[in-house]
Design a protein around this ligand. Structure first.
Ligand code: GUN
Length: 304
């Protein structure tokens, strides 16, 4: 039986450690602060940001939720970021993506002060990460490393194959795994003979954004599977393709008419040595690492 890597429990442990750090900082008169910028009314973004703000409260981190209208201009967003960059009570700036089409996302993310860039999206942090300097690393890949380390899964010398080359997950995950001395291969939509490469993976990270893309024949028996994908399915045919015979899923799908599947076909988990489930794997780590980055930013900015 493959081992399930419990992201919920690992995220909880990290949150407790962060809360302890916040208590220590409070003894020195420091309260880390996060500004969360949520533009417009994207339901998924609203849920994520609400959860981020709530977690701040639970850990003793100050948070300021700022909610510009959907028709906001790039210029007024730049003014907002400039203000947040200069605010002494704000250590971390989170601009929830995606932004409305009229907003120049890259220009905006580049305007965030790198020392407050708790998402790790700024090119300066990407550069620092790749140069092996202290950097705020993107939360999801940082969470992947935490799952592996805290589950005592060896990384050094292992072949880590990442499917997906996004700036937010694939590329930084490759850097972080490389810094842990993995042998790293990055695959993407143009990669030839993909299954031959994924079958070499001791650690397979799926970050493609396509439901159930990684199938059992693409997995080496005993491999560790890290599923970064969050794909909502609503069609019965899709449900049957992924979850036929799974009674628990069946019950919730019947009730809600929807369920979540990762980028790894659930049948592939049987081949694995260990895997992160969806939901309850990588997802919970993202917010925990955002909290950790906020506290880290608060300390770094004060030279602590
Ligand atoms: N949208 C989806 N995931 C994320 C994330 O990790 N950070 C931000 N800022 N926006 C997102």
């Amino acid at each position: 039986m493959a081992r399930i890597l419990d992201g919920v429990a690992i995220a909880k442990a990290i949150r407790e450690e962060v809360a302890e750090e916040v208590r220590e900082l409070s003894g020195r008169g420091v309260r880390p602060g996060l500004a969360a910028v949520l533009v417009g009314n994207v339901p998924a973004s609203e849920i994520y940001v609400r959860s981020k703000v709530q977690t701040c409260g639970e850990l003793g981190i100050f948070s300021d939720l700022i909610t510009p209208q959907a028709d906001v201009t790039t210029e007024s967003m730049l003014e907002l970021v400039d203000l947040l960059n200069r605010r002494e009570d704000i250590d971390g700036i989170l601009i929830q993506l995606p932004l409305p089409a009229q907003v120049d996302t890259k220009r905006l993310l580049d305007a965030v002060a790198p020392e407050k860039d708790v998402d790790g999206f700024h090119p300066v942090n990407a550069g620092r990460l790749q140069a092996g300097r202290p950097a705020l690393a993107p939360c999801t890949p940082a969470g992947v490393i935490q799952i592996l380390k805290r589950s005592q899964i060896p990384i050094a010398g292992q072949h880590a194959v990442i499917v997906g080359r996004s700036d937010i997950v694939g590329k930084p995950a490759a850097m972080l795994l490389l810094h842990e001395n993995a042998t790293v291969t990055i695959c993407h939509s143009k990669t030839r003979e993909l299954p031959e490469i994924t079958r070499q993976a001791d650690i397979l990270v799926a970050a493609i954004g396509r439901a159930g893309f990684i199938t059992p024949e693409m997995v080496k028996p005993g491999a560790t599977l890290i599923d970064v994908g969050i794909n909502r399915i609503t069609e019965r045919a899709d449900f049957d393709r992924f979850f036929k015979g799974d009674l628990k899923r069946e019950e919730s799908f019947a009730k809600r008419g929807t369920t979540i599947v990762g980028d790894i076909h659930p049948a592939a988990f049987k081949t694995a040595g260990a895997y992160t489930p969806v939901p309850g794997g990588v997802g919970p780590l993202t917010i925990a690492m955002l909290m950790a980055n906020t506290v880290r930013a608060a300390k770094m900015r004060r030279g602590l």
